[in-house]
Write a protein that binds this ligand. Structure first.
Ligand code: K1U
Ligand code: ZN
Length: 167
């Protein structure tokens, strides 16, 4: 089932997600619906916060063939490199807005999958950027809030103009 995605500046995008205590059928179904929604929107990631579910759940697939889905339940970044990467980010909750954000170039991640198995992995490049972007959503932070106040003001003006055009 496709899930509606909250658009910035919806206030619920600022809710801090709670850890998942039991991976039951409803959580498994949610991860499937999130993956379907991410693929249908041509995204490389989606956090539960974006579909108004405030649990620590993320799906990611940075493969070109869209066949390498990562389900991250209760994800944590356990290490950040000092080396930085600057990447032009987008967000399914902020359509039409792209800007450069600086993040750690390499990270180590731990999470649980939909089968309840704990796993760890190292990430760099787009995967590292995407994990950090999605985990920001889980703490109620949208990527534009990592930009300067001036850029945030300009983005809000642009969003208001785009909303008027679609009325
Ligand atoms: O969280 C989201 O809204 C998903 C977001 C993830 C993301 C993309 C790029 C950098 C960081 C995080 C998207 O998938 S936006 C879609 C998009 O613009 C994109 C798609 C493929 C490669 C790169 C960007
Ligand atoms: Zn996003």
């Amino acid at each position: 089932m496709l899930l509606p995605i909250l658009n910035y500046p919806h206030p619920n995008l600022h809710i801090v997600a709670k850890p998942v205590d039991t991976i039951d059928d409803s959580i498994v179904q949610l991860t499937k619906d999130m993956a379907e929604t991410m693929y249908a929107s041509n995204g490389v990631g989606l956090a539960a916060t974006q579909v108004d579910v405030h649990k620590r759940i993320v799906v990611i697939d940075v493969s070109e063939t869209q066949d390498d889905l990562l389900v991250l339940i209760n994800p944590e970044i356990t290490w950040y490199s000092d080396e930085k990467i600057v990447y032009e980010e987008g967000c399914l909750s902020v359509p039409g807005i792209y800007d450069k954000v600086e993040r750690a170039a390499r990270i180590k991640v731990k999470a649980t999958n939909e089968k309840g198995e704990d796993y760890t992995f190292d990430a760099d490049g787009l995967l590292a950027v995407c994990v950090q972007h999605e985990l920001d959503h889980l703490i109620g932070k949208v990527f534009v809030e990592r930009l300067s106040e001036l850029k945030q003001t300009r983005i809000k003006t642009k969003i208001k103009k785009m909303a008027k055009r679609t009325l």
